[in-house]
Design a protein around this ligand. Structure first.
Ligand SMILES: Cc1ncc(C[n+]2csc(CCOP(=O)(O)OP(=O)(O)O)c2C)c(N)n1
Ligand code: SF4
Length: 264
């Protein structure tokens, strides 16, 4: 049953052994299956990056577009066919470096689509340049002696930009990830799911994080459910869970109302 969502002719995939992005692909397929969505009801729009390759592996309507521009293409698709479920998988660089402006404005408009940000804190595909999510003190090919850029918090950015569903999980917490994807796809507005997803090749190795297993163990040990007491005792813990879920007028429906009013 799950196989019907996979575009087998594109396999074997390009990902390194232990890359977190395969776990995200698997979870997304399980979420689509849980929702009982037919392949014709979903469009997946992605830019460029290891994470963005997810669109190629899904046997749905898919658009593999330009680095950083997935949300612009996705906006066009959603505006012309609002009845479709639009899903936009992006890397942290794709979504928040070159694509940062598209991200804040799509969130501000509250256009109904599901964005998945695979945060591996690095430009994986191009060999390990630092991204806006790498963080102070990390190493990258473009910061061999230490990165002096501060990172930002995707949840806080999405919240202040106006996203109406915002959640964070990791590749270790697969059941939570599937449930968040289900909720995000059902949400009638702009939804953001940040997934901490390991890049053992370009982030892990350079930052002495160990292999994929150690990196996932890090997610297990260094995250805590949102609002938990542990966070008060250990402020360095990363919170995961649903941070925002609210209703606001959605962009396509508001646009259609104006079209109808003008026609009258
Ligand atoms: C306009 C443009 N600029 C730069 C690139 C080169 N490029 C391709 S992927 C990428 C970054 C990938 O990092 P990220 O989006 O975080 O995804 P990851 O590969 O880590 O999953 C860059 C800079 C490009 N393809 N197009
Ligand atoms: S370079 Fe990193 S992000 Fe890209 S496939 Fe390899 S492990 Fe995954």
């Amino acid at each position: 049953m799950l196989k019907r969502y996979i575009r087998e002719r594109f396999f074997p995939h390009i990902w390194c052994p232990g890359c977190g992005h395969g776990i995200v692909l698997n979870s997304l397929i399980r979420a689509l299956h849980k929702l009982g969505l037919s392949r014709n009801e979903v469009v997946v729009v992605s830019g460029i990056g290891c994470s963005a390759r997810i669109s190629g592996y899904l046997d749905l309507h898919t658009l593999h577009t330009l680095h950083g521009r997935a949300l612009a293409f996705a906006t066009g698709v959603k505006m012309s066919k609002p009845e479709l479920n639009v899903i936009v998988p992006m890397g942290d660089g794709d979504a928040l470096a070159i694509g940062g402006n598209h991200f804040i404005h799509a969130a501000r408009r509250n256009i109904e689509m599901t964005t998945i940000i695979m945060n591996n804190r690095i430009y994986g595909m191009t060999g390990g340049q630092f991204s806006p999510l790498s963080g102070y003190g990390t190493k990258a090919t473009t910061a061999p002696f230490s990165n002096i850029d501060h990172d930002f918090d995707i949840v806080e950015l999405a919240r202040s930009a106006g996203a109406t569903y915002v959640a964070r999980t990791t590749t270790y917490h697969v059941i939570q990830m599937i449930n968040m994807f289900v909720d995000a796809i059902l949400h009638p507005g702009f939804s953001v799911v940040e997934v901490l997803s390991q890049c053992p090749t370009n982030f892990g190795r350079r930052n002495k994080m160990g292999g994929p297993v150690e990196m996932m163990d890090f997610y297990k040990k260094n995250t805590t459910p949102v609002g938990s007491k542990d966070k008060e005792e250990n402020p360095d813990l990363i919170e995961r869970g649903v941070f925002i879920q609210k209703d606001l007028p959605e962009y396509c429906s508001e646009y259609l109302k104006i079209v109808e009013r003008v026609r009258e």
